[in-house]
Design a binder for this molecule. Structure first.
Ligand SMILES: Cc1c2[nH]c(c1CCC(=O)O)Cc1[nH]c(c(CCC(=O)O)c1C)Cc1[nH]c(c(CCC(=O)O)c1C)Cc1[nH]c(c(C)c1CCC(=O)O)C2
Length: 342
């Protein structure tokens, strides 16, 4: 939280995207007891899964166990997580399908998520609790473009051609979808902050698929408006934006969206980042999840390089994308110990 509020700390704080996940044996044990949506929507389970990596590693950030697709699900789009395939939804390709989405359902449908945040905040605030009273609780959503990718495609994809085609061929329909997501995302992030999240993160995992003018229109502009809306009435709100694979559009994203910290994917060259982002801009991420999977000296060298290159900057140590399923849990322990070494 101190880095989000403007300080540069040494050693930097650390948490990992997908720190609650299938690489942890205690996570796999819970997985056998309930399907993914049930796990997201049962406060006891979501709380327990959020806390697992805190108990094991004492991470500085606890990210709510949930998913970016909860929001479209809450508006009435069907959602199923299929083993070995990931999310499957009834694709939204025309006006009729868009009209069927009902944002009025969101408050009731997401009530269990907000309840999980309330419980987590109480647990993490306790000085004798798992976070030692010192762990930042993070809420999140997907950013509009990335959520639209899954809503329109109906499943994961390498290219998300259907959604990018819609942006060109049915611009009105696409812009209505992005506009709906912008509004509901801002409201949902606000509700998460009001329920106890101390900061929120916007995952824009597929932002880098867009051509620069479309990146401007469907990533930067909606993010800026979401940040403004969340901060209206909550001037203290702290926001992390992660426009994955943004490449040369990253400096403009950092300058124009108003986020407090930008997430860096694995491909970001830190020398360029330091040159192109203003010195007071906070950064998070960049470690290759495959270095963490490999472990040993390769991992240690990669951690050292990032930690040293960003020394003096507002920096939250993290990966460039989520923890991979095959990652040995002891590699994560080694990473945390090394990041924390004076
Ligand atoms: C694109 C995206 C999704 N979800 C998310 C993104 C953006 C980040 C990214 O690019 O990875 C974000 C997300 N998903 C999940 C979290 C929880 C918090 C965390 O630990 O980081 C977060 C922040 C849990 C999850 N979300 C999912 C799981 C695995 C489900 C399971 O345990 O069966 C978890 C722990 C499922 C999911 N959810 C999604 C996909 C594509 C999949 C299938 C892939 C997979 O299974 O790993 C959509």
């Amino acid at each position: 939280m101190r880095v989000l509020q403007g300080e540069a700390l040494w050693p930097p704080p650390v948490w990992l995207m997908r720190q609650a996940g299938r690489y942890l044996p205690e996570f796999r044990a819970m997985r056998e007891r309930a399907d993914f949506l049930t796990r997201c929507l049962t406060p006891e389970i979501a709380v327990e899964l959020t806390l697992q990596p805190i108990r094991r590693y004492g991470m500085d950030g606890a990210i709510l166990f949930s998913d970016i697709l909860i929001l479209p699900w809450a508006m009435g789009q069907s959602l199923e997580f299929v083993d070995g395939e990931g999310p499957v939804m009834a694709p939204i390709r025309d006006e009729a399908a868009l009209e069927r989405l009902d944002p009025a359902r969101i408050p009731e449908a997401t009530a269990p998520v907000l309840e999980a945040l309330r419980r987590l905040r109480a647990i993490l605030d306790a000085p004798d609790g798992p976070g030692g009273g010192n762990t930042t609780l993070l809420g999140f959503t997907g950013a509009p473009f990335t959520v639209a990718c899954y809503m329109v495609e109906g499943r994961g994809s390498r290219e998300f051609a259907s959604v990018r085609q819609m942006a060109y061929a049915q611009p009105e329909l696409f812009e209505r979808l992005i506009g709906l997501l912008e509004e509901t995302t801002a409201a949902y992030l606000g509700a998460q902050l009001d329920a106890g999240a101390e900061a929120v993160m916007l995952f824009d995992s597929w932002a880098g698929l867009l051509a620069p003018d479309q990146f401007q229109k469907h990533v930067i502009e909606p993010t800026r408006r979401i940040v403004d809306r969340v901060r209206a009435g909550r001037p203290q709100a702290r926001i992390i934006g992660f426009p994955r694979l943004a490449g040369l559009s990253l400096p403009e994203y950092a300058a124009r969206t108003g986020v407090d910290v930008v997430g860096l994917d694995t491909g970001c060259d830190l020398n360029q980042v330091c040159e192109l982002l203003p010195p007071q801009m906070g950064v998070q991420g960049n470690l290759d999840p495959l270095a963490l999977l490999a472990g040993g000296q390769a991992q240690a060298d990669a951690v050292t390089a990032i930690r040293e290159r960003l020394r003096g900057r507002r920096h939250i140590f993290n990966l460039g994308h989520g923890v991979l399923q095959q990652t040995p849990p002891e590699h994560v322990a080694a990473l945390v110990a090394q990041v924390r070494a004076a």
